[in-house]
Write a protein that binds this ligand. Structure first.
Ligand SMILES: [Zn+2]
Length: 64
């Protein structure tokens, strides 16, 4: 992990490499790249250990 600015919680890439979206969660700010936004929505359990509190998130219901 580098310390120069925000990085994606899933892949660790910085905003120098990819656009990052900010998340507000439990009074903290996290960042995620567009590539991993679907993970946050549909498979938040995959972010356990990366995003504190992810273990309490339920996947969005989605039919496709
Ligand atoms: Zn990412």
């Amino acid at each position: 992990m580098t310390t120069d600015g925000p990085t994606c919680v899933a892949c660790g890439r910085s905003q120098k490499e990819i656009p990052l979206l900010s998340l507000s969660f439990r009074n903290a700010t996290y960042w995620i790249c567009p590539q991993h936004l679907p993970v946050l929505i549909h498979n938040p359990q995959l972010l356990v250990g990366k995003l504190p509190g992810a273990e309490g998130m339920a996947p969005a219901e989605h039919e496709d």
